[in-house]
Design a protein around this ligand. Structure first.
Ligand code: MIG
Length: 769
């Protein structure tokens, strides 16, 4: 069925294309972002994008007879009959070209009879496509040289080509492998490099959707959704970095964390079973001289798994307990589950029931499923009143002095089968259903926690969530859920976290050591080494698995563990600078090589290395009993962190990597801040900072603020500029002085000298000694 392009109107940067059947709207937000929209009668509001992102942009629209062209400084879009769109960059390179053929679904030899047998044996069978009345698909041509990235927390490898994935937030306790098509998060952004030219597409649709990135065919890739408007953004840019920055411009950037959030965190399901256990844990960290900032409290601290309660049989005085732990340098991070216990004597349940705040059955009764507390109901977080109510209850934690909220089970997960599709959920003030609101359930729960924490404390909220949607990065950090103590999951962590970074989530982490199954000392060490620069730096394990605290194995394991914790704390000022940079540039802290080097074909599919900013390359060992590995060094000159040997880039080298060595390379002529040795991120402003020079010379901009609240947004921060020239002459300047307690002493360490600078109060500048 063909539908001719009959005409168009253009105003307010919006091109409306009129076809024989239907309309299509292309709206230019910026030179690199164009919104494609077709109304399918579904709600238009976005959970990912907040505020007006449209900037005044020069747009040319031309009638070319058989097609209409829309052109910005960065994108050229040609619209043809049948709603076909072809997108080119400003040099005319094809980026996204509609596929003109028809899809050829993969043949399946599973007839109905065999399907039953296979299911009966317990195997899983791929879900059939939902050919419902609102189903739609967007099919684009695939080039021989085309790679895909992004998609959030999906399994598999860095380059997603050849795989398919689903967007439907799911609690997946089974082993995550590259055959697992869905996990806890739905972040429907895909980036591509077509013949080396970067682009992105963000599909802002919360209904269940699917990406097939060249699995079904080598000629096309596609996105499909069971429902929703056709609502996506074309992202352009001269480099993959620019494309990613456009995506984070659109959906938001990770805000500055409190500085201690970058410290080490210890967790295990089961610690919080008693106050004594948590105290013992703190003692061990002291005894073994291991730096730490946060202990996470899993569900056992609660009273019968009731949200916003504390079991006072196990903890007589929670507030005093939290205070004592804080004095020892440890903050406590309690978990909070989505399901609320159905219990008439429980105030949260009662309040929610009276106010009508829980998700309902189509007949208007409250929907009940089961989670940890037994029979449970689900707050309707899509409703602003419900979020405000939840946020108010956050006071329970802030009064106790705990440090944030770790949100779990918010896909939402349930024990008695999945929540039915037709349940009544709210989409803001409108009545909606589970199909539309499922993928934003975790987003809205995390947002409520963020708002509650911010209102109560005035600090930068520490929120972690398992489930989320595109844009949740504005409110919450994420972890990748229930991984396992497997080498394959250590391997998975690098592509998974770097793709999450490309998908806007600069603050993320996996459970170090693995959550389920039993770790070995060797796996734990390699995992910790690999996570040296992972923002969320938490060791977490499941109840019933082998203990995996730093001291749970042998002495060597403990010593190496300590060495890397100390190294991490030295690097926190650098990571903090990276976050400052991220908030401004919208680029992730932990990066796949391809992000920095998109024109280097060798950098496009590297699964076992990552970069931090542009100057650090990390090449962890992710296989057992390995003492050497190959390292690909991208363009530039690289210095081995351990022995200062230097290597030319654009080559693969062999490096020694005994168990206590993380292969780590610094780009030549880089300056890095190097914090003082410490057991906890200090509550007090640092007095001393060191800058280390790798190579001969370099320059660096360092950021400092109080590491806690929002005062930096009113200019209460310092910036230091450090420069070292070829002759080893150093310059230290306080280029911005908005935060009172600046460093009193600054050291600059080059290969052969250590220069000392002291702050001179009168002149407000640093003097070399
Ligand atoms: O069904 O709270 O992913 O981190 O330790 C298990 C217990 C529920 C799942 C989380 C995990 C947490 C666990 N939770």
């Amino acid at each position: 069925m063909s539908s001719k392009l009959k005409g168009f109107q253009f105003n307010q940067q919006s091109l409306q294309l009129n076809y024989e059947q239907g309309k299509l709207e292309l709206t230019v937000l910026t030179p690199g972002i164009v919104h494609v929209f077709q109304d399918h009668g579904r709600a238009r509001n976005s959970y990912a994008i907040e505020g007006n992102k449209q900037q005044k942009t020069k747009v040319n629209v031309l009638d070319k007879g058989d097609h209409v062209e829309l052109e910005t400084a960065q994108l050229l879009i040609k619209a043809y009959d049948d709603e076909k769109l072809d997108v080119y960059d400003s040099l005319g390179n094809p980026l996204i070209i509609d596929y003109r053929g028809s899809r050829q679904p993969l043949a399946s030899d599973l007839d109905a009879e065999h399907r039953k047998t296979v299911l009966a044996e317990g195997h899983s069978v791929a879900d059939e496509l939902h050919h419902e009345s609102h189903y739609y698909e967007v099919v684009k041509t695939l080039a021989a040289d085309e790679q895909f990235y992004g998609l959030g927390d999906k399994t598999g490898f860095l380059n997603k080509r050849g795989y398919d994935y689903d967007n439907w937030n799911s609690d997946v306790p089974q082993v995550h492998t590259e055959a697992t098509t869905k996990l806890y998060k739905s972040i429907p952004v895909v980036y591509g490099l077509k013949n080396g030219h970067p682009y992105g597409m963000f599909f802002d649709n919360t209904y269940q959707s699917h990406f097939d990135l060249g699995k079904e065919s080598e000629h096309y890739y596609f996105y499909s959704a069971i429902d929703g408007n056709l609502d996506y953004y074309i992202l352009g840019g001269h480099s993959l970095k620019e494309v990613v920055a456009n995506y984070t411009y659109l959906t938001g950037r990770v805000p500055m964390p409190q500085k201690w959030m970058l410290g080490y965190q210890q967790s295990r399901w089961g610690y919080s079973i008693s106050q004594e256990r948590v105290e013992e844990l703190a003692e061990k960290f002291e005894e073994y001289e291991l730096p730490i900032d946060v202990v996470h409290l899993d569900i056992d601290y609660m009273h019968g798994y009731r949200d916003f309660t504390w079991d006072t049989k196990k903890y007589q005085h929670p507030k005093e307990f939290v205070e004592q732990m804080r004095k020892r340098g440890i903050r406590l991070m309690p978990i909070l589950d989505a399901g609320v216990k159905e219990d008439p004597d429980y105030d949260l349940y009662q309040e929610g029931l009276e106010q009508g705040y829980f998700v309902k059955n189509p007949d208007g009764t409250v929907y009940v499923n089961a989670v940890w507390p037994g029979k449970s109901v689900f707050p309707d977080f899509g409703r602003p009143e419900v979020r405000a109510w939840w946020a108010k209850h956050v006071k329970f934690f802030t009064d106790l002095g705990t440090c944030g909220i770790w949100n779990d089970m918010n896909e939402p997960a349930s024990f008695n089968g999945p929540l039915p599709e037709n349940l009544e959920f709210h989409d803001e003030e409108q009545i909606s259903d589970h199909r539309r609101m499922h993928n934003v359930y975790g987003h809205n729960m995390a947002k409520a926690a963020y708002e509650g924490l911010k209102a109560e404390t005035g600090r930068r909220p520490y929120v972690i969530t398992r489930a989320c949607y595109a844009g949740t990065q504005k409110y919450s950090t994420v972890w990748t859920g229930d991984n396992q103590s497997l080498w394959s999951h250590l391997q998975l962590s690098i592509p998974q976290l770097t793709n999450l970074g490309l998908s806007g989530f600069a603050f993320a982490g996996t459970d170090i050591g693995g959550f389920q199954a039993d770790a070995t000392g060797e796996l734990l060490i390699r995992w910790l080494e690999s996570a040296l620069f992972v923002p969320l730096f938490r060791n977490h394990a499941a109840l019933g698995t082998r203990y995996q605290e730093p001291w749970a194995f042998d002495k060597q394991t403990l010593n190496i563990y300590r060495k890397y914790l100390n190294l991490r704390y030295r690097l926190i000022p650098f990571l903090y600078d990276q976050f400052r940079h991220e908030t401004q540039a919208g680029l992730p802290v932990m990066r796949p090589l391809v992000l920095n080097c998109d024109h280097d074909p060798q950098a496009r599919s590297i699964n076992d290395e990552y970069m931090v900013g542009t100057s650090i390359l990390v090449a962890p060992v992710v296989t057992p009993q390995t003492t050497k590995r190959l390292v690909y060094l991208p363009a530039g000159e690289w210095i081995d962190f351990w022995n200062h040997a230097s290597y030319a880039g654009r080559q693969t080298i062999v490096v020694d990597a005994p168990i206590d060595k993380l292969p780590l390379f610094i780009k030549a002529n880089t300056i890095l801040p190097w914090g003082c040795k410490t057991m906890h991120v200090s509550d007090k402003p640092d007095q001393i900072m060191t800058f280390r020079v790798y190579g001969e010379c370099g320059s660096y901009m360092h950021y400092q603020d109080n590491g806690l609240d929002f005062a930096y947004q009113d200019g209460e921060y310092n910036e230091y500029y450090v420069e070292v020239d070829e002759n080893g002459q150093a310059l230290v300047e306080l280029t911005k002085h908005g935060y009172g307690p600046n460093y009193q002493k600054i050291y600059v360490e080059t290969a052969d000298q250590r220069l000392e600078f002291n702050y001179d109060e009168k002149s407000g500048s640093y003097r070399q000694k």
